[in-house]
Write a protein that binds this ligand. Structure first.
Ligand code: MLT
Length: 259
């Protein structure tokens, strides 16, 4: 389905169920399909909203930058249009940056928070410079430049790497550039964590080559209602590498939200 949000067509799908909805926000270069394995098995009794972030999947890819706060506003408007007041927002990697921006901008609308293989900090100078260098490469060579660089780091599982490579190549250069610019300039949200007083879940992959395991543990310890799950043998993509374990963790988060 598509809906007009902030002057753009945003693609999304929903699942019917009980209780507050959970919005699952995918990471950079990917799309909503990555959540289906976890959502359909483990959240089948819940209302689920799966958006394609601006610039990704079936959503429009206007010219960037896409500030992370603007991506959170897209979510808030989507939720308004679907008629929901409060939601659980769960984000993977870049989607986690969006979830934290939603917590900052719309605290009264947040019923729970999930942070999956992500972090609350901003980019180091080196990381930011790397993003701008990658933007130049995408301008020259297209989306394959991101796929070649990012996909092999996402997992040790070749099937997962192939799927991520395929999804990144399907994402438009303009969408990737807009998101890279947004991520490069995102603020540090570490100080926000201790103010997020809703049930929260932090999931880390013990073999993640992108998001730091100890940083994830520290985020869970700082969140007033933070639970921590670390998945052995899993990299940056638990929704594809360990969909059952991730689904169970999300189910426990939703049980805590209802209680
Ligand atoms: C992602 O997986 O969403 C990105 O790798 C996050 C990032 O580059 O910071």
């Amino acid at each position: 389905m598509k809906i007009e949000v902030n002057g753009m067509q945003l693609a999304y799908e929903t699942r019917e169920g009980v209780g507050p909805p959970i919005v699952l926000v995918h990471g950079f270069g990917l799309d909503r399909s990555i959540w289906r394995l976890s959502a359909d098995k483990h959240l089948s009794s819940r209302q689920v909203i799966l958006p394609d972030v601006r610039g990704h999947g079936g959503s429009d890819a206007p010219k960037g930058p896409y500030p992370i706060a603007a991506l959170a506003q897209d979510l808030a408007q989507l939720i308004d249009l679907l008629g929901f007041e409060r939601v659980v927002v769960c984000g993977h990697s870049m989607g986690g940056y969006v979830a934290l921006a939603f917590a900052k901008g719309f605290p009264h609308r947040l019923a729970g928070l999930g942070l999956i293989t992500t972090n609350a900090g901003s980019d180091s100078a080196e990381k930011r410079a790397g993003r701008y260098a990658l933007i130049e490469e995408v301008r020259q060579r297209g989306s394959v430049a991101v796929a070649e660089r990012l996909a092999p780091k996402l997992s040790h599982n070749p099937v997962v790497i192939d799927e991520a490579y395929r999804l990144i190549c399907q994402t438009s250069p303009q969408g990737l550039i807009g998101a890279l610019e947004g991520m490069a300039e995102r603020p540090d949200r570490s100080a926000l964590l201790r103010k997020i007083d809703v049930p929260a879940l932090v999931v880390a992959g013990e073999d993640d080559q992108i998001a730091d395991l100890e940083g994830a543990r520290a985020m869970a310890a700082t969140l007033p209602k933070g639970a921590f799950v670390s998945l052995p043998g899993v990299g940056h993509m638990p929704m594809l590498e360990a969909p059952g374990a991730l689904g169970s963790a999300l189910q426990s988060l939703m049980d805590r939200v209802n209680n």
